[in-house]
Design a binder for this molecule. Structure first.
Ligand SMILES: NC(=O)c1ccc[n+]([C@@H]2O[C@H](COP(=O)([O-])OP(=O)(O)OC[C@H]3O[C@@H](n4cnc5c(N)ncnc54)[C@H](O)[C@@H]3O)[C@@H](O)[C@H]2O)c1
Ligand SMILES: [Zn+2]
Ligand SMILES: [Zn+2]
Length: 367
């Protein structure tokens, strides 16, 4: 089967013919339909984060289960699934306390770019193991994932569209509703209007934020932000974003969602807060990034800085709900997808993302 293989930062991505072994105990095989190209894939490509290679990238995908390993009772063959890059174990203290996004077993597994037993199902023809990015490896015709990393959804949803629920939509929407538990009537700024940031804007709109200020450096992203629910937009190229947000909100906002992953924008986020405000760090920077903040002001004004992993999602509960919201016309997903490309154009999709030309490109896994 064909898959997009990453070898070294900056080396062009290549489609290779790989072998995919049958799922072992607790695993399932999925025939993929669509896979979104997220900035987290791009971070690996740029060399921001270290991963084992050769590596099949992609962690935001959807498809149909074609085979289940021993002991798997859910999902079943034929189920339509969205992949989750936190294949929660259901047993650790985080899982049992309703925080599967921090599952210890899943965190360890995704850190090894392999299955729970530390081995890969992917290999080159000569037997060289090929690693699974975040235990997901979605830039491929097919993949094998832990069974809890394949979340069953209704079978009438278009898989090539809802594929991006598996990271962008879950992460941005979830940061607002799950991590921040934003109170309605709040004022919000979102820095970075890629698919993650636009999903945060959409979450804030659906939860009745009264002011949603979108900040970006690309005019087209700010136009998109208005369509997703931004009440105001700030272009950081022409305006000082901190001064603009403080003025537009009458002294600072209740929540800032940083959806880029830069020290500079994390610092801007905290400087945009009003009294009692919260910065939610959603963007994931290059390893070792250390933004600064004024600790005295944080204490005097009771401000907080918190992180959000995977929108604090409980995928088995939240993914079907997000799909229902989409199917009833209340969650915008189609508008996040600016193009579809075959697997062989993953490189071009990365270039579009880097240049700010694309919001989400979905790779059609069957082409
Ligand atoms: N926390 C999580 O669990 C999680 C999950 C998925 C993605 N992420 C991270 O979220 C971030 C965003 O992902 P994405 O796929 O939406 O990326 P993206 O590249 O599509 O979006 C980033 C946006 O930021 C804008 N931008 C860049 N520099 C800017 C600046 N200085 N000021 C204002 N805007 C600026 C870009 O124009 C772009 O619109 C990435 O770091 C990604 O790794 C985190
Ligand atoms: Zn767990
Ligand atoms: Zn992602």
């Amino acid at each position: 089967m064909r898959a997009v293989v990453f070898t070294d930062p900056g080396e062009p991505l290549r489609v290779e013919e790989l072998t995919l072994a049958a799922p072992k105990a607790g695993e399932v095989r999925v025939k993929l339909v669509g896979a979104g190209v997220c900035h987290s894939d791009l971070h690996v490509f740029k060399g921001d984060w270290q991963h084992k290679t050769p590596l099949v990238l992609g962690h935001e995908g959807a498809g149909v289960v074609t085979q289940v390993g021993p002991g798997v009772t859910r999902p079943c063959v034929g189920d339509h699934v969205i992949l989750s890059w936190i294949p929660a174990c259901g047993e650790c203290r985080f899982c049992v306390s309703g925080k599967p996004q921090l599952c210890q077993t899943a965190m360890e597994a995704i850190g090894t770019d392999a299955m729970f037993d530390g081995t890969t199902r992917l290999a080159r023809a000569d037997g060289t193991p090929v690693y699974h990015y975040l235990s997901t490896a979605a830039f491929a015709e097919e993949t094998v994932v832990p069974a809890t990393g394949a979340i069953t959804i209704r079978n009438d949803a278009p898989l090539e569209k809802v594929s991006i629920v598996g990271c962008a939509v879950a992460t941005g929407f979830g940061a607002v509703v799950n991590t921040a538990k934003m109170e309605w009537g709040s004022t919000v700024a979102v820095i970075g209007c890629g698919a993650v940031g636009l999903s945060a804007i959409q979450g804030a709109r659906l939860c009745a934020a009264t002011k949603i200020i979108a900040v970006d450096i690309v005019a087209a992203k700010l136009e998109a932000a208005k369509a997703f629910g931004a009440t105001d937009v700030v272009n950081s190229v022409s305006d000082d974003p901190v001064a603009a947000v403080r003025e537009l909100s009458g002294g600072g906002v209740d929540y800032v969602f940083e959806c880029i992953g830069l020290a500079e924008t994390c610092e801007q986020a905290t400087a945009m807060l009003g009294f009692g405000g919260t910065t939610v760090v959603v963007g994931q920077p290059k390893a070792g990034t250390r933004p600064g903040y004024d600790a005295l002001l944080l204490s005097c004004y009771e401000q907080r800085v918190i992180g959000s992993n995977y929108g604090s999602m409980r995928p088995s509960v939240d993914f079907p709900r997000l799909v229902d919201l989409y199917m009833s016309g209340r969650l915008m997903i189609d508008e996040l997808i600016t193009g579809h490309r075959p697997l062989g154009e993953a490189q071009e999709a990365f270039e579009d993302l880097l240049a700010g030309r694309a919001i989400r490109t979905v790779l059609d896994c069957g082409r």
